[in-house]
Design a protein around this ligand. Structure first.
Ligand code: ADP
Ligand code: ADP
Length: 228
């Protein structure tokens, strides 16, 4: 069964220009799909439609075979990791990771929050830093706290919007390996947007290439790399 299905998805903005034009893609359960293409090709728009932050002009979006075009973001069970994550400086690592669960008033018991935060910190190797404040963390640790906030949702899928583009080259390389490891460990379906060729060719199971709103090809990283 597909985890996420895009069928003839179109996004037109006010002026009638199709930022996303007739995109169809089947994402399997547990699959890691990279959405790559130059700036302005429609990657963010597509991701924002999947998460529900942008209306779909035409086409069908399904999660686990259920049509979700008109579902509110909070009811889609997806966890988004943004490019500009902001950690709360006055909160500890633990509280920063727990934050998304505390927002959902009354939904999670104290014990459940604790279980999820500890499980995420083990995967992220943050166990020993739970009482620290963001200012006392390295850049890589901060990025991992931001991922912790997505992991604690235990959502149906992760959606990444260029999460590494603000990091320096060394940290970017490090986090690339981290993200691949974490995704494999959790086995969570992932859609990852980037304009970075290295990320596109090393991270995912499949790469979807978008150009001017149109899906040009979908292939394994290996097939793309070897293509003339
Ligand atoms: P990418 O993420 O690949 O850089 P975007 O999805 O941000 O591309 O943008 C795709 C196209 O849609 C661009 O031409 C952009 O100018 C246009 N666009 C994005 N957001 C809006 C908006 N709110 N109103 C009008 N046009 C937009
Ligand atoms: P708002 O301030 O717009 O109400 P909240 O941060 O309070 O937004 O979140 C409302 C709901 O939106 C949350 O219960 C959650 O389900 C969803 N949500 C918020 N942030 C994310 C995210 N990063 N990824 C996925 N869903 C989110």
């Amino acid at each position: 069964m597909s985890a996420i299905t895009l069928k003839n998805i179109v996004k037109e903005y006010g002026d009638g220009y199709a930022a996303v034009n007739d995109v169809s893609l089947d994402i399997a359960d547990g699959e890691f799909v990279i959405l790559v293409g130059p700036s302005g090709c429609g990657k963010s728009t597509l991701l924002r439609m999947i998460v529900g932050l942008e209306d779909i002009t035409d086409g069908e979006l399904r999660i686990d075979d259920e049509l979700v075009n008109d579902k509110a973001p909070r009811d889609r069970d997806l966890a988004m990791v943004f490019q500009n994550y902001a950690l709360y400086p006055h909160l500890t690592v633990y509280e920063n990771i727990a934050f998304p669960l505390r927002l959902t008033k009354g939904a999670f018991s104290h014990e459940e929050i604790d279980r999820r935060v500890r499980s995420a910190s083990t995967i992220l190797e943050l166990d020993e830093h739970l009482d620290r404040k963001p200012a006392n963390l390295s850049g890589g640790q901060r990025q991992r706290v931001a991922m912790g906030r997505a992991i604690v949702r235990e959502a149906r899928a992760f959606l990444f919007d260029e999460p590494l583009s603000n990091l320096d080259a060394k940290l970017r390389g490090q986090m690339r390996t981290e993200i691949a490891r974490i995704q494999r460990t959790l086995g969570t379906t992932t859609v990852y947007v980037t304009h970075d060729q290295t990320e596109a060719l090393t991270l995912g199971d499949r790469v979807a290439v978008l150009r001017k709103g149109v899906l040009q090809q979908v292939a394994s990283p290996r097939a793309l790399y070897e293509q003339p």
